[in-house]
Ligand binder design. Structure first.
Ligand SMILES: [Zn+2]
Length: 356
């Protein structure tokens, strides 16, 4: 009220103008859209599913909730998928990677190449990733190197020199020139790694491979956690859950959880032959349901489904009891105690907040 009174004084009685501004603000209600750009779990491919990724858009009614566009992971086919929802690669503000596994990163190569072709003069894209992480065996997972060398194959083939020769206005170093690396050291407590206006993105460390991080986006329209492939810090049972305690901390009070998922049918007790260490480093649908309930989430979006719905195999591994359905996943989530909105992910499924 004080502010209104001051405005009235400042504008000398143009009350109708102030009222108009407030009416505009009321009309431009903030909103966000969460789109699964790919739901394939791991390196296999099944019936054209794109590799893992989540597009988070935020804005208001006047821009279809799309003033800011953030891509979390960019698996195979991300460029095609975002084109299907009308998002050109040039319009992405930032890409965030959960970890350096190809099923979460390989789509970024073609995405950046396309950006280089037509938008070399545009703004750089923020590339938010963990600092280099050394494994106990000595190998290093490096988002920095991934960004630096993203165009290398096409540079080495000679194509880039040829294209620059016919259009010298493009960035001379290839798509790497268009990436602004923002590397952070993921910690056991959430820390803000990116922000713009009233959007804030926080990250936390989580176990899967060295350098794995999970993210949370907070906006006035709602909040979402993108867990990635996070699993529990304890590499195998006995443990309280397959889910990550850090992700649970990050997800406290969140509206939506988007999380990679493995179905319990792939467990070592079911004889699929699926390697137990790979099973144990993912979160099961049942445990995700339990975690979503504990943190009070309203929506749980399962993605990166292992196995895909309808598939007879996960890569070379047969599914015990045959292909899984949407109900198979939903029942597994319900068994964890979650009674909110469970979405078993398919490519391009979208959730808008606030829910109308
Ligand atoms: Zn993965």
């Amino acid at each position: 009220m004080k502010k209104v009174a001051m405005m009235k004084m400042a504008v000398g009685g143009t009350v109708s103008c102030a009222a108009f501004m407030f009416a505009q603000a009321a009309f431009a209600a903030p909103c966000m859209k969460i789109t699964l750009t790919g739901t394939q779990g791991g390196p296999p491919v099944f019936k054209g599913q794109a590799g893992a990724g989540t597009l988070v858009q935020y804005g208001d009614d006047s821009n279809k909730c799309g003033a800011v566009k953030l891509q979390f992971d960019a698996g195979r086919g991300t460029t095609q998928r975002i084109s299907q929802v009308g998002v050109p690669v040039a319009k992405l503000n930032a890409v965030f990677l959960t970890h350096m596994h190809s099923d979460h990163t390989e789509g970024l190569t073609e995405l950046m190449q396309l950006r280089w072709h037509f938008f070399s003069k545009g703004p750089k894209i923020d590339f938010v990733v963990s600092e280099d992480a050394k494994s106990p065996k000595g190998h290093v997972l490096s988002g920095r190197n991934f960004a630096k060398h993203i165009g290398d194959a096409l540079i080495q083939s000679g194509e880039m020199a040829q294209r620059l020769a016919e259009n010298s206005k493009r960035a001379p170093g290839g798509p790497a020139d268009l990436i602004n690396v923002i590397a952070f050291a993921p910690a056991a407590d959430p820390s803000v790694v990116w922000s713009s206006g009233d959007i804030k993105v926080s990250a936390i460390t989580s176990r899967h491979i060295p350098g794995h991080a999970s993210y949370r986006v907070d906006t006035p329209a709602g909040s979402v956690v993108i867990g990635g492939d996070a699993g529990n810090d304890k590499a195998k049972p006995p443990r309280s859950s397959s889910t990550s305690e850090q992700v649970e901390k990050l997800a406290n009070g969140v509206d939506v959880i988007v999380h990679s998922t493995i179905h319990p049918v792939m467990g070592p007790d079911k004889d699929s032959g699926f390697p137990p260490p790979i099973y144990f480093r993912q979160s099961t649908a049942t445990d995700l349901g339990a975690m979503a309930k504990r943190v009070g989430a309203k929506h749980l979006m399962l993605t990166h489904l292992i196995p895909p719905m309808g598939a007879a195999k996960q890569g070379p591994y047969p599914i015990p009891g045959g292909a899984l359905s949407e109900d198979s996943y939903k029942q597994s989530v319900t068994a964890g105690g979650f009674s909110g909105n469970a979405i078993v992910g398919t490519d391009l499924v979208t959730l808008q907040l606030p829910v109308k």
